[in-house]
Design a protein around this ligand. Structure first.
Ligand SMILES: Nc1ncnc2c1ncn2[C@@H]1O[C@H](COP(=O)(O)OP(=O)(O)O)[C@@H](O)[C@H]1O
Ligand SMILES: [Mg+2]
Length: 297
């Protein structure tokens, strides 16, 4: 019997559950809302095994499902040498509103690792850097068609067309061809989980074809690590700021490429503009807060 551990307005309908049970060949007994983000509802389904159902709030989730499948297939072919993991997919629903994937058991989001297990967390951040390098190299080798230049990413294209566009073009022109890789694009500490055996999982493959200087993923990771730790764990951020900085450094070290600090800072300034411009869609106050925080970092 299905238990109602989820909120009434976010119910998975009984007919849907019957179809899910059939397709998984598992008698799902329990469904609960695990997480809600601005874009998705994430449910935990429990039968003989545990699964995650990811539902898009705004229409079809097919592109993300196809991206995830493509990354999973590539990863499967290289998994002996890869230190990171990708959750396995089960299926996309007929109406394309959700898909079902492997539940990453007893894992925590990287964003909660620092406040929970501070010193040990530095090693995890270091490993995350190594995993990102492997992801870049693996995907750059495999994703060769339909690469999209980062300048065509709509928010960046818009900024380039705007009043500071010349400056942003200048920033991008500083990076030579060798820096270009297939990037993760939304490489934040919310899209990385670590399980009890310290296995690193990457997920949430919204954009897999952006071709950009690898500095982009590093810049986004460091910037979001700092601002979201301040916003979500303010007391911890105040008390342990040196540790947060250290985590960013260990992450960069783990990435393991000779790093030009000036290029990294230039990419951070581009990323911060993009991030703030994106936030305007969520409201003026949020965008202004982010802008203010970035002026202090
Ligand atoms: N396969 C999974 N196993 C366990 N938890 C997951 C899984 N997928 C997502 N989550 C949890 O749900 C959160 C949001 O998932 P995510 O795919 O990043 O959604 P969004 O696209 O809305 O950011 C993650 O940060 C993580 O806490
Ligand atoms: Mg996410």
């Amino acid at each position: 019997m299905l238990q109602t551990g989820y909120r009434a307005n976010k119910m998975i309908q009984t007919q849907q559950l019957d179809a899910i049970r059939q397709r998984l060949a598992d008698d799902i007994e329990h469904a609960e809302l695990l997480k809600e983000t601005s874009l998705s509802n994430i449910y935990l389904l429990t039968g003989r095994q545990k699964y995650v159902l990811k539902e898009n709030k705004n229409g079809s989730i097919r592109t993300e499902y196809d991206n995830h499948q493509r990354i999973f297939d590539i990863w499967s072919r290289h998994k002996e040498t890869a230190e990171f993991h990708v959750p396995k997919l089960y299926f996309l629903s007929d109406d394309e509103s959700f898909y079902i994937m492997e539940y990453i058991t007893e894992a925590i989001e990287l964003k909660n690792v620092l406040p929970m297990q501070s010193e040990k967390a530095l090693d995890i951040y270091n490993r995350t850097g190594r995993c990102l390098r492997q992801y870049h190299e693996m995907m750059t080798e495999e994703i060769v068609d339909h690469r999209m230049d980062i300048q065509n990413h709509p928010p960046i294209a818009q900024l380039i067309a705007g009043k500071n566009g010349k400056r942003l073009k200048e920033i991008l022109s500083k990076f030579d061809a060798e820096c270009y890789q297939i990037i993760f694009k939304d490489f934040t500490f919310s899209n990385v989980m670590v399980d009890t055996k310290n296995k690193v999982y990457l997920f949430d493959f919204q954009k897999i074809e952006y071709y950009a200087p690898f500095y982009y993923d590093l810049a986004r990771f460091i910037d979001t690590l700092k601002v979201f730790t301040i916003l979500e764990h303010p007391m911890f951020a105040i008390r342990r700021w040196p540790l947060i900085k250290k985590a960013a450094e260990r992450f960069i070290e783990g990435y393991g490429k000779p790093m030009d600090q000036t290029l990294l800072q230039s990419m951070q300034s581009l990323h911060r503009k993009e991030h703030v411009s994106e936030k305007y869609r969520k409201g003026l106050l949020k965008a202004m807060t982010l802008k203010l925080l970035y002026t202090f970092l």
